[in-house]
Design a protein around this ligand. Structure first.
Ligand SMILES: *[C@@H]1O[C@H](CO)[C@@H](O)[C@H](O)[C@H]1NC(C)=O
Ligand SMILES: *[C@@H]1O[C@H](CO)[C@@H](O)[C@H](O)[C@H]1NC(C)=O
Ligand SMILES: *[C@@H]1O[C@H](CO)[C@@H](O)[C@H](O)[C@H]1NC(C)=O
Ligand SMILES: *[C@@H]1O[C@H](CO)[C@@H](O)[C@H](O)[C@H]1NC(C)=O
Ligand SMILES: *[C@@H]1O[C@H](CO)[C@@H](O)[C@H](O)[C@H]1NC(C)=O
Ligand SMILES: *[C@@H]1O[C@H](CO)[C@@H](O)[C@H](O)[C@H]1NC(C)=O
Ligand SMILES: *[C@@H]1O[C@H](CO)[C@@H](O)[C@H](O)[C@H]1NC(C)=O
Length: 400
C-alpha cells in the first residue's frame, strides 16, 4: 500500500515533467522561429491520430519545423530540389517520443543535404500493440497525402526515401503501395513481426513497395519479422556488432535516396555473418546490361565476377521489350578487388524459333550504396556477346 502510494507520487511528477518538456519546445535563435517537438500522448489514448510532420534541414538540424497540411509545405523551408527522407517510428507503448529520432536526423543531415521529415504519430502508436496496428492504414493514408503534396510541388517520386522502424517499416510499405511502388527507396529497420509474419505482401513491407526496398533485421528472434521483405535483407545475428560491417549498414542507411533502380528481378537475402571469420562483410553491387536494341523475347545473361579468391555468379534478366536488366549481387570482396567479369549470353531457343546468335549492348557495375553522382563503371564499348560463350573483361573499378 505504502509502496503503491510512493510509486504514484513518483509517477505523477514524472508525467508532468514529460508533458511540460514536450510542450515548451525551444526557439531557434538563428531562424527566429519556434521549434516543434514530438507530442506526448501519455496514457490516455486519444481518438485522433494527430499526425505531425516535422521538417529538419541542414540549416536547423535540431529544430523541428511543423509542416501543416494544405499549403504549409510551400511556406516552409522544404527545398523541393533536394532529396527527402521520411522517418516513421513504430509502436510506442508509453506514447513518448522515440529516443533515437534526434540522433538519426542529425546523422542524416550531417552527411547529406536533404529534407528530413519525421512523422510523429505517437498518439496512434500508444496503448496496446494491436491497437497501434489498427491505426496503420489511416496513418499510411495521411503520409501518402503528404507525399502527394510534395509530388505536386514538383518533387520526384524517386527522390523520396522512407525509413521505417519496426511497425513503421510496414507503414512505409503501405505508403509505397499507395504510390504504386514508384517511390525511390524504403528502408525497413527491424520490420515488426507480430501480426505481419503471415500477412500478405499487400499488408506488409515487400519488394513491390518501392523501386528499391531493403530491410535490416537485428531482432528476428523476438519482435522482428523472420521472413525477407525487401530486394535486399540484411540479417545481423543477434544484433552483435561486427568489425567493419556496421559502417556499411549505416552507409546503406544514410546514403543518397532515390537509387534509380527500376524493377529488380529477384529478391536477395543477405546474412551478415558474425562467424569467427569476421570481418567477413558482404559487399553489394548493382550490375546492369543495356541492350543496343530491344528484343521481343526475354534476354538472359550469366555474369561471373572473379577476384583472387572469389567467384560470384548470377543472372541478369532483361524483360522483353525492355532495354535494361538490373541485378543486385552480394560478394565477399569490394567491387574494386574484382579483377574480371565474365559474361555469357544464354539464348532462349524455342523449337519453332531460333533465338539470335548474338546480342550487343553495354555492361555496367557499381558498388552499393551508389556514390553521390551515381556513377557506374561501364565496359567502354558496345559488347558483342555470342550465344553460350564465356567472354571475360577487366572491370575498370579502381579502389578509392
Ligand atoms: C513562439 O511561441 C510563442 C509562445 O507560443 C509565441 O508567443 C511567439 O510569437 C512564437 N514565435 C514565433 C516566431 O512564431
Ligand atoms: C509563411 O507565410 C507568412 C505570410 O506570408 C510569412 O510571414 C512567414 O514568414 C512564412 N513562413 C515561412 C516559414 O516561410
Ligand atoms: C535548394 O537546394 C538547392 C541545391 O542544394 C540550392 O541550390 C537552392 O539554393 C536551395 N533553395 C533554397 C530556397 O534554399
Ligand atoms: C487507433 O486505434 C484505436 C484502437 O483500435 C482506436 O481506439 C482509435 O480510434 C484509432 N485511432 C484512429 C485515429 O483511428
Ligand atoms: C591478386 O593476386 C595478384 C597475384 O598474386 C596480386 O598481385 C594482387 O595484388 C592481388 N589482388 C588483390 C586485390 O588482392
Ligand atoms: C561527382 O562529380 C563531380 C563533378 O563532375 C566531381 O567533381 C566529383 O569528384 C564526383 N564525385 C564522385 C564521388 O565521383
Ligand atoms: C554503340 O552502338 C550504338 C548503335 O550503333 C551507337 O549509337 C553508340 O555510339 C555505340 N557506342 C559506343 C560506345 O561505341
Amino acid at each position: 500500500m505504502v509502496e503503491d502510494l510512493k510509486r504514484k507520487l513518483f509517477i505523477v511528477p514524472a508525467v508532468l515533467l514529460l508533458l511540460s518538456s514536450a510542450q515548451a519546445g525551444n526557439t531557434d535563435r538563428v531562424l527566429g522561429r519556434n521549434c516543434t517537438d514530438f507530442q506526448t500522448a501519455n496514457f490516455l489514448r486519444g481518438s485522433k491520430l494527430k499526425v505531425q510532420f516535422l521538417l529538419f534541414t541542414s540549416s536547423s538540424p535540431s529544430c523541428g519545423e511543423l509542416v501543416l497540411a494544405d499549403d504549409g509545405i510551400k511556406n516552409s523551408s522544404f527545398n523541393s530540389s533536394l532529396e527527402t527522407k521520411i522517418i516513421i517510428h513504430g509502436f510506442r507503448a508509453l506514447g513518448t517520443k522515440p529516443s533515437w529520432i534526434e540522433g538519426l536526423v542529425r546523422a542524416i543531415l550531417h552527411i547529406s543535404h536533404v529534407n528530413v521529415i519525421a512523422v510523429d504519430w505517437v498518439y496512434g502508436s500508444t496503448g496496446a500493440y494491436p491497437s497501434a496496428v489498427e491505426n496503420v492504414t489511416q496513418l499510411a493514408l495521411s503520409i501518402s497525402q503528404f507525399i502527394s503534396k510534395l509530388l505536386a510541388l514538383g518533387v520526384s517520386g524517386t527522390s523520396i526515401h522512407i525509413i521505417g522502424v519496426s511497425l513503421g517499416a510496414h507503414v512505409g510499405g503501405l505508403v509505397g503501395q499507395f504510390h504504386g511502388g514508384q517511390l525511390g527507396r524504403i528502408t525497413g529497420l527491424d520490420p515488426a513481426g507480430p501480426k505481419y509474419t503471415r500477412a500478405s505482401p499487400e499488408e506488409r513491407l515487400d519488394p513491390g513497395d518501392a523501386l528499391f526496398v531493403e530491410a535490416i533485421h537485428t531482432d528476428s528472434d523476438n519482435f522482428g519479422i523472420r521472413i525477407p521483405v525487401g530486394h535486399i535483407d540484411y540479417f545481423v545475428n543477434g544484433g552483435k556488432d561486427q568489425p567493419g560491417c556496421p559502417r556499411f549498414i549505416s552507409a546503406g542507411l544514410l546514403e543518397q535516396a532515390g537509387v534509380s533502380v527500376r524493377k529488380l528481378p529477384k529478391e536477395v537475402k543477405v546474412y551478415l555473418m558474425t562467424s569467427p571469420s569476421a570481418p567477413f562483410c558482404v559487399h553489394h553491387s548493382l550490375v546492369e546490361f543495356h541492350l543496343q536494341k530491344k528484343r521481343n523475347i526475354i534476354t538472359s545473361i550469366e555474369i561471373t565476377l572473379s577476384g583472387n579468391n572469389t567467384k560470384e555468379t548470377a543472372k541478369i534478366i532483361i524483360p522483353k521489350h525492355k532495354e535494361t536488366g538490373k541485378r543486385l549481387l552480394a560478394h565477399r570482396v569490394p567491387l574494386c578487388q574484382i579483377n574480371s567479369v565474365t559474361l555469357k549470353y544464354v539464348p532462349k531457343n524455342q523449337f519453332w524459333r531460333k533465338d539470335e546468335s548474338s546480342i550487343v549492348g553495354e555492361f555496367c557495375a557499381a558498388s552499393l550504396p551508389l556514390n553521390t553522382n551515381r556513377t557506374m563503371s561501364c565496359l567502354p564499348w558496345n559488347l558483342t556477346l555470342p550465344s553460350n560463350t564465356d567472354i571475360s573483361y577487366v572491370l575498370p573499378a579502381a579502389c578509392a
